[in-house]
Design a protein around this ligand. Structure first.
Ligand SMILES: [Zn+2]
Ligand SMILES: [Zn+2]
Length: 199
Protein backbone atom coordinates (compact mmCIF):
# COMPACT_ATOMS: atom_id res chain seq x y z
CA UNK A 1 0.00 0.00 0.00
CA UNK A 2 1.24 3.45 -0.91
CA UNK A 3 0.10 6.88 0.20
CA UNK A 4 -2.55 8.15 -2.22
CA UNK A 5 -1.13 11.67 -1.96
CA UNK A 6 2.63 11.29 -2.22
CA UNK A 7 3.32 7.68 -3.10
CA UNK A 8 5.46 6.90 -0.08
CA UNK A 9 4.60 3.78 1.92
CA UNK A 10 1.20 4.19 3.58
CA UNK A 11 1.12 3.84 7.37
CA UNK A 12 -2.29 5.04 8.45
CA UNK A 13 -5.15 4.07 6.12
CA UNK A 14 -4.33 5.38 2.66
CA UNK A 15 -1.78 7.90 3.91
CA UNK A 16 1.82 8.10 5.01
CA UNK A 17 2.37 9.73 8.43
CA UNK A 18 3.05 13.19 6.98
CA UNK A 19 0.04 13.22 4.67
CA UNK A 20 -2.15 11.80 7.41
CA UNK A 21 -1.17 14.67 9.72
CA UNK A 22 -1.79 17.18 6.93
CA UNK A 23 -5.31 15.85 6.49
CA UNK A 24 -6.15 15.92 10.21
CA UNK A 25 -6.91 18.94 12.33
CA UNK A 26 -5.28 19.12 15.76
CA UNK A 27 -7.84 21.58 17.08
CA UNK A 28 -10.68 23.79 15.94
CA UNK A 29 -11.57 27.31 16.98
CA UNK A 30 -14.24 29.74 15.85
CA UNK A 31 -14.61 33.50 16.10
CA UNK A 32 -16.74 34.47 19.07
CA UNK A 33 -17.76 37.43 21.11
CA UNK A 34 -17.33 38.01 24.82
CA UNK A 35 -18.79 40.49 27.24
CA UNK A 36 -16.98 42.47 29.83
CA UNK A 37 -17.84 45.02 32.47
CA UNK A 38 -16.39 48.42 31.77
CA UNK A 39 -16.11 49.24 35.46
CA UNK A 40 -14.46 45.96 36.47
CA UNK A 41 -12.14 46.33 33.48
CA UNK A 42 -10.60 43.76 31.20
CA UNK A 43 -7.08 42.59 30.45
CA UNK A 44 -5.46 40.42 27.82
CA UNK A 45 -5.24 37.43 30.15
CA UNK A 46 -9.02 37.37 30.46
CA UNK A 47 -9.32 37.28 26.66
CA UNK A 48 -6.67 34.56 26.43
CA UNK A 49 -8.51 32.43 28.98
CA UNK A 50 -11.72 32.70 26.98
CA UNK A 51 -9.89 31.75 23.79
CA UNK A 52 -8.29 28.70 25.40
CA UNK A 53 -11.67 27.76 26.84
CA UNK A 54 -13.24 27.87 23.37
CA UNK A 55 -10.73 25.48 21.74
CA UNK A 56 -12.26 22.24 20.54
CA UNK A 57 -10.23 19.10 20.10
CA UNK A 58 -10.42 15.33 20.27
CA UNK A 59 -6.64 15.07 20.40
CA UNK A 60 -4.03 15.48 23.08
CA UNK A 61 -2.83 19.06 23.40
CA UNK A 62 0.29 19.54 25.48
CA UNK A 63 1.03 23.19 24.90
CA UNK A 64 -1.02 26.25 23.87
CA UNK A 65 0.25 29.72 23.05
CA UNK A 66 -2.00 32.69 22.38
CA UNK A 67 -0.92 36.10 21.21
CA UNK A 68 -3.35 38.96 20.86
CA UNK A 69 -3.50 42.22 18.97
CA UNK A 70 -6.28 44.54 20.04
CA UNK A 71 -7.84 46.72 17.37
CA UNK A 72 -10.81 48.73 18.59
CA UNK A 73 -13.31 46.28 20.06
CA UNK A 74 -11.74 43.31 18.29
CA UNK A 75 -8.99 41.03 19.48
CA UNK A 76 -7.08 39.35 16.67
CA UNK A 77 -5.50 36.27 18.16
CA UNK A 78 -3.02 33.74 16.91
CA UNK A 79 -3.32 30.39 18.62
CA UNK A 80 -0.59 27.78 18.39
CA UNK A 81 -1.14 24.34 19.86
CA UNK A 82 1.25 21.43 20.07
CA UNK A 83 0.01 17.94 20.69
CA UNK A 84 -0.46 14.64 19.00
CA UNK A 85 -2.93 12.91 16.73
CA UNK A 86 -2.98 9.13 17.08
CA UNK A 87 0.43 9.32 18.69
CA UNK A 88 1.98 11.48 15.94
CA UNK A 89 3.18 14.91 17.09
CA UNK A 90 1.75 17.98 15.40
CA UNK A 91 1.90 21.73 15.89
CA UNK A 92 -0.80 23.87 14.38
CA UNK A 93 -1.45 27.61 14.25
CA UNK A 94 -4.83 29.25 13.69
CA UNK A 95 -6.20 32.76 13.75
CA UNK A 96 -9.33 33.73 15.58
CA UNK A 97 -11.16 36.98 16.12
CA UNK A 98 -12.90 37.87 19.36
CA UNK A 99 -15.42 40.69 19.44
CA UNK A 100 -15.42 42.35 22.83
CA UNK A 101 -18.69 43.85 23.97
CA UNK A 102 -19.25 46.09 26.96
CA UNK A 103 -21.89 44.89 29.37
CA UNK A 104 -22.11 45.93 32.98
CA UNK A 105 -21.73 42.96 35.33
CA UNK A 106 -24.54 41.99 37.70
CA UNK A 107 -22.74 43.53 40.64
CA UNK A 108 -22.25 46.90 38.96
CA UNK A 109 -25.83 46.90 37.69
CA UNK A 110 -26.89 46.54 41.32
CA UNK A 111 -24.46 49.22 42.48
CA UNK A 112 -25.57 51.68 39.84
CA UNK A 113 -29.19 51.07 40.83
CA UNK A 114 -28.41 52.01 44.42
CA UNK A 115 -28.84 48.45 45.72
CA UNK A 116 -27.43 47.65 49.15
CA UNK A 117 -27.90 44.91 51.72
CA UNK A 118 -26.32 46.47 54.76
CA UNK A 119 -25.69 49.86 56.33
CA UNK A 120 -22.81 50.70 58.62
CA UNK A 121 -23.87 53.67 60.73
CA UNK A 122 -20.89 55.52 62.11
CA UNK A 123 -21.53 57.81 65.04
CA UNK A 124 -19.83 59.39 68.01
CA UNK A 125 -16.68 61.38 68.65
CA UNK A 126 -14.38 58.99 66.84
CA UNK A 127 -16.51 58.89 63.69
CA UNK A 128 -13.83 60.11 61.27
CA UNK A 129 -11.37 57.47 62.37
CA UNK A 130 -14.04 54.79 62.21
CA UNK A 131 -14.92 55.88 58.68
CA UNK A 132 -11.31 55.77 57.58
CA UNK A 133 -10.81 52.32 59.09
CA UNK A 134 -14.12 50.98 57.73
CA UNK A 135 -13.42 52.08 54.16
CA UNK A 136 -10.08 50.33 54.45
CA UNK A 137 -11.70 47.11 55.68
CA UNK A 138 -14.39 47.07 53.01
CA UNK A 139 -13.53 45.95 49.48
CA UNK A 140 -13.81 49.05 47.28
CA UNK A 141 -16.33 47.39 45.01
CA UNK A 142 -18.63 46.57 47.89
CA UNK A 143 -19.36 50.19 48.85
CA UNK A 144 -22.58 51.38 47.26
CA UNK A 145 -22.39 54.89 48.72
CA UNK A 146 -21.25 56.91 51.72
CA UNK A 147 -23.63 59.50 53.17
CA UNK A 148 -22.41 62.30 55.37
CA UNK A 149 -24.87 63.24 58.08
CA UNK A 150 -24.83 65.72 60.94
CA UNK A 151 -24.32 62.89 63.43
CA UNK A 152 -21.87 60.81 61.39
CA UNK A 153 -21.75 58.67 58.27
CA UNK A 154 -23.80 55.92 56.69
CA UNK A 155 -21.94 53.47 54.49
CA UNK A 156 -24.27 51.51 52.27
CA UNK A 157 -22.75 48.12 51.51
CA UNK A 158 -23.68 45.94 48.58
CA UNK A 159 -23.27 42.54 50.25
CA UNK A 160 -24.02 41.60 53.84
CA UNK A 161 -20.97 39.37 54.08
CA UNK A 162 -18.60 42.27 53.36
CA UNK A 163 -20.30 44.48 55.93
CA UNK A 164 -20.23 41.74 58.58
CA UNK A 165 -16.56 41.04 57.97
CA UNK A 166 -15.63 44.73 58.19
CA UNK A 167 -17.66 45.29 61.35
CA UNK A 168 -15.94 42.35 63.04
CA UNK A 169 -12.81 44.49 63.18
CA UNK A 170 -14.59 47.09 65.37
CA UNK A 171 -16.26 44.93 67.98
CA UNK A 172 -13.37 44.97 70.44
CA UNK A 173 -12.64 48.67 70.49
CA UNK A 174 -16.05 50.19 69.82
CA UNK A 175 -19.65 49.72 70.76
CA UNK A 176 -21.43 47.94 67.89
CA UNK A 177 -25.18 47.50 67.76
CA UNK A 178 -26.69 45.09 65.24
CA UNK A 179 -30.22 45.31 63.94
CA UNK A 180 -32.12 44.63 60.78
CA UNK A 181 -35.03 46.07 58.89
CA UNK A 182 -37.28 44.54 56.35
CA UNK A 183 -37.21 46.56 53.15
CA UNK A 184 -38.59 46.17 49.66
CA UNK A 185 -36.13 46.41 46.83
CA UNK A 186 -36.91 48.41 43.70
CA UNK A 187 -38.04 45.22 42.02
CA UNK A 188 -40.43 44.57 44.89
CA UNK A 189 -38.54 41.67 46.46
CA UNK A 190 -38.44 41.71 50.26
CA UNK A 191 -35.00 42.03 51.72
CA UNK A 192 -33.64 42.02 55.26
CA UNK A 193 -31.16 44.82 55.51
CA UNK A 194 -28.52 44.58 58.22
CA UNK A 195 -27.67 47.70 60.21
CA UNK A 196 -24.55 48.11 62.27
CA UNK A 197 -24.27 51.17 64.47
CA UNK A 198 -20.69 51.79 65.51
CA UNK A 199 -19.69 54.42 68.04
ZN1 LIG B 1 2.00 10.81 1.83
ZN1 LIG C 1 -18.34 45.12 37.02
Amino acid sequence: MFCIKCGRPAKIGNFCDACFLDSEELFAIKDFSMEYCDICGINQNMIKEQIIGSLKTKNNISNTKVSIKLVGNKAHATVTCSGSIKGLPKTETKNVMVIIRKKMCAMHVKLSGGYYEAVIQIRGRDKDNILKYATRLLPKKSISSIEKLKEGYNIKVLHKANAAAAVRGFRKRYEVKDSYKLAASKKGEMLYRNYYAIR
